[in-house]
Ligand binder design. Structure first.
Ligand code: TXA
Ligand code: MG
Length: 328
């Protein structure tokens, strides 16, 4: 293909390419040179760089305007990859066997001979690792031959991208190449489990639920109760914030508000309504959440009323994102 594969084009917008083998090969060349590539995973789009290259990892922080202290996840093509760079204990192996490839990230001690850049861990003695399930992500990582450090491919403070177009709108010319793999099936970032302490802690809720984790590795501690544990900086308030004010657990719609509905019965009075799942399916709601927040944010409404979302299963992760988006 004769398309320019790296670097911004003449108009300053990034190149979005369908994630075919040619585009994956072009992306691999960008990564080898220490450049950035946005790629789809089953959770959200990631902004990837060679996780073993300090300068490449530094470029991620610059592109996202991300505070230096927020560490990144290293992504591997196969479940036997992470053991090269972090120490997996029995608990980690049980979780890996059950959920990799998939939307689960494990925080584990870095090996003394780890290849992972210091900056990927933001100076911590631990590193976050995951094996994504998306075939494009796995093909890209395998072709690159190194783990890829990849945060969500949005500027800090914005909702995570679940479409290639979201990445382009958020990062613009800061990313040269975006691999388009369509809409992300899960739609929420991976569950993050910290295994560096005696008891596992959920640092971020996701599609793999706390119950799923506890069933395999026993009782969990609440990260916020554990003073000895560095809090996951991803827990910062307003991490997932749209610009428009959110009102949660809404039972009515105020003048000028848009409605983010859930279930078969909407609410009257909204100028614009989007329904996370008319069938009240939490998995469907998770997949729609960030795209609908972005769309309502762009609608020019005075506020967004959000109907109550059940807190079980992945509903807990949805409510965690909504609470954070509503703070501040
Ligand atoms: O689904 C996902 O996880 C997506 C896709 C692209 O894989 N990635 C993602 O990355 O959401 P990011 O950087 O937006 O979130 C990574 C989370 C943050 O909350 C970060 O603080 C936490 O993982 N984290 C990473 N390394 C850590 C460490 N060593 N200790 C504690 N928390 C860590
Ligand atoms: Mg993020």
């Amino acid at each position: 293909m004769g398309i320019v594969a790296q670097g911004p084009d003449m108009t300053g917008s990034p190149t979005i390419r369908p994630a075919d083998p040619d585009a994956i090969e072009a992306a691999t060349a960008v990564l080898r040179e220490g450049g950035l590539v946005a790629f789809p995973t089953e959770t959200v789009y990631g902004l990837g760089a060679d996780a073993t290259n300090e300068r490449a990892v530094a470029a991620i922080f610059l592109a996202k305007d991300r505070p230096r202290f927020n560490p990144l996840i290293a992504h591997y093509a196969t479940a036997d990859g992470p053991g090269r760079d972090v120490v997996l204990d029995g608990r980690a192996r049980r979780l890996a066997a059950a959920f990799w490839p998939g939307p689960l990230t494990l925080v584990l001690p870095r090996r003394a001979d780890t290849r992972l850049a210091e900056l990927a861990s933001a100076g911590l003695a631990s590193a976050a690792v995951r094996v994504p399930a998306h075939p494009v992500a796995r093909a890209l990582i395998a072709a690159a031959g190194v783990p890829l450090a990849a945060p969500s491919a949005n500027r800090s403070g914005e909702p995570s991208p679940t479409l290639a177009e979201h990445v382009a709108a958020s990062l613009g010319e800061r990313v040269g190449l975006i691999l388009d793999g369509g809409a992300c099936a899960v739609g929420l970032e991976s569950t993050v489990v910290d295994l560096t302490g005696p008891f596992p802690a959920i640092l971020r809720h996701g599609a793999v639920t706390a119950e799923d984790v506890a069933a395999l590795v026993g009782p969990l501690v609440h990260a916020e109760d554990d003073a000895g544990r560095p809090k996951s900086p991803g827990r910062l308030a307003r991490h997932y914030a749209p610009r428009t004010r959110l009102r949660l657990d809404a039972r009515d719609v105020a003048a000028g508000e848009a409605l983010l509905a859930f279930g078969p019965d909407g609410l009257p009075g909204a100028a614009v309504t989007m329904n996370l799942s008319p069938a009240a399916d939490l998995t469907e709601a998770a997949a729609n959440l960030f795209a609908m927040l972005r769309a309502l944010d762009a609608s020019g409404c005075a506020g967004i009323a959000v109907m109550p979302i059940p807190g079980h299963g992945i509903g807990r992760a949805i409510n965690e994102r909504l609470r954070r988006a509503a703070e501040g």
